[in-house]
Design a binder for this molecule. Structure first.
Ligand SMILES: NC(=O)C1=CN([C@@H]2O[C@H](COP(=O)(O)OP(=O)(O)OC[C@H]3O[C@@H](n4cnc5c(N)ncnc54)[C@H](OP(=O)(O)O)[C@@H]3O)[C@@H](O)[C@H]2O)C=CC1
Ligand SMILES: N[C@@H](CC=O)C(=O)O
Length: 413
């Protein structure tokens, strides 16, 4: 018999308990043994819950109960989650988590603690909600060198962009809906400013390239500055705007990583990933492109990934050797200025010559137009150039009185 404890009874935690009891029989068969949720830890009271006898408020009850072999941490944030997770691992309990903030900042350390104590630290739910991506990366694609990963990694922002573009809903109304549906982070700034997607690309990059990539080293921009005008220009060149996380191994071994809104051509599979769905494109040197698609947030999809990890912990006889990356000093990510990209720019200027200046500085720009375009608005896409070169061109345009109204990178297909 495997006893389980669930830390946190919010959106994901309540989903874990619900899925576990709904499908308990088949879950136990897959695990090859009987399983029971012995404790649920939460700061709140749930007097009307059918599981009310399982609730505890004191973490030490769980930590000191040797019969608890697997702990699901679904509280979120760094503390007290980090202390709880580390304590459980040190006490010989496997831990599964959906907490990407924790994995992105402490993953290498917690994987090492798990190894030292012959238990597992699994986090399938930390990227892509219900989409299997962590296990495929380190197991099914183990034969490959991963060359690049790019994807729509945040359900909330993809839901907001879809509602704004398809249904003309306001940003605020779409965000409120995402919160009500349980998609958003406790502080939704983490979603809309891109930090959640950044944590996820850091986890994928760390696992794929073998050394810890820290969120603070990854250039991150959210969707708050995207306007209907930018959307219209994207449509004019057969593209949609999506928040993309991207990581690539450079020839010198360093990692290029960033999170930002991008024009995604209709030719790309990612362009059709809408609503709360996530899509993750992995380029392996043997497989070529592999795309993972599914619901990236929400109670039951996320719970599915957490419970899948619990089953794997129950079956494991020792620490997984393939789920691993090394600690790093954070010098493994190239500076944003070194990245190469094509860029859409929307510029306000009284002088048509801004286009000539842009051409002179950047080369063959592609001029865009939209319905209702004011005479003092210019939009164009630059050729691929180093970010440093594009930044210098922007400064030059600003120095001649132009105002940059929009700036969105182009995802190469
Ligand atoms: N929601 C989603 O779709 C997804 C979420 N995740 C991640 O899963 C984690 C949980 O998310 P979610 O379920 O949405 O968050 P919630 O805020 O809904 O749930 C967290 C729960 O933990 C409780 N809690 C807070 N502090 C403590 C504590 N010290 N001890 C015990 N319980 C505590 C909270 O109580 P109270 O509310 O009173 O503070 C709440 O009930 C986060 O890391 C999130 O990023 C990952 C994938 C998808
Ligand atoms: N807030 C996150 C939840 C899942 O990770 C998202 O919207 O993707």
């Amino acid at each position: 018999m495997i006893n389980i404890a669930v830390l946190g009874y919010g959106v994901v935690g309540s989903g874990v308990v619900e899925v576990f009891y709904k499908n308990r029989e088949s879950i136990q068969k897959k695990a090859g043994q009987e399983m029971e949720i012995k404790y649920i830890l939460d700061v709140r009271d749930f007097p009307d819950s059918p599981y009310k006898d399982k609730f505890v408020k004191d973490f030490d009850i769980i930590a000191n109960d040797e019969s608890v072999k697997v702990v699901a941490e679904v509280i979120g944030g760094i503390e007290p989650s980090y202390t709880f997770v580390k304590t459980c691992l040190e006490k010989g309990k496997s831990v599964v988590t959906s907490n990407k903030e924790l994995v992105a900042s402490k993953g290498a350390e917690l994987l090492a603690v798990a190894k030292e104590h012959h238990v597992n630290f699994f986090f399938e739910a930390s990227v892509g909600g219900g989409i299997p991506i962590i296990r495929p990366l380190h197991m099914c694609l183990a034969a490959n060198e991963i060359v690049e990963i790019e994807g729509i990694l945040n359900g909330t922002t993809n839901f907001i962009l879809t509602k704004m573009i398809r249904e003309n809903m306001s940003f605020e109304a779409a965000l409120k809906m995402a919160q009500e549906l349980g998609y958003a982070e406790r502080n939704p700034a983490a979603d809309i400013e891109g930090h959640d997607a950044c944590r996820k690309i850091c986890i994928l990059a760390s696992l794929s390239f073998g050394s810890h990539v820290y969120p603070q080293d990854v250039y991150t921009k959210g969707i708050t500055q995207i306007t209907p005008e930018d959307v219209a220009y994207a449509e004019s060149c057969d593209s949609v705007i999506k928040l993309i996380g991207r990581a690539k191994k450079m020839e010198d071994g360093r990692i290029s990583a960033m999170v930002c809104p991008m024009f995604v051509s209709h030719e790309s599979q990612l362009s059709t990933v809408d609503d709360v769905f996530n899509g993750i494109l992995v380029k392996g040197d043997a497989t070529g492109d592999v795309v993972f698609y599914g619901k990236g947030a929400g109670k039951l999809p996320t719970a599915s990934a957490v419970v899948g990890d619990i089953v794997d912990c129950a079956k494991a006889t020792d620490t997984s050797t393939s789920l691993h990356w090394e600690p790093s000093e954070g010098k493994n990510v190239v500076d944003k200025s070194e990245n190469e990209t094509a860029m859409y720019l929307r510029v306000k200027s009284d002088e048509v010559k801004v286009l000539d200046v842009a051409r002179k500085l950047l080369g063959d720009i592609r001029v865009l137009s939209r319905e209702g375009q004011p005479s003092d608005e210019f939009a164009f896409i630059t050729p691929i150039a180093k970010e440093a070169v594009i930044d210098a061109a922007i400064s030059r345009l600003e120095s001649m009185g132009a105002e940059i109204l929009g700036e969105v990178r182009i995802l190469e297909c």
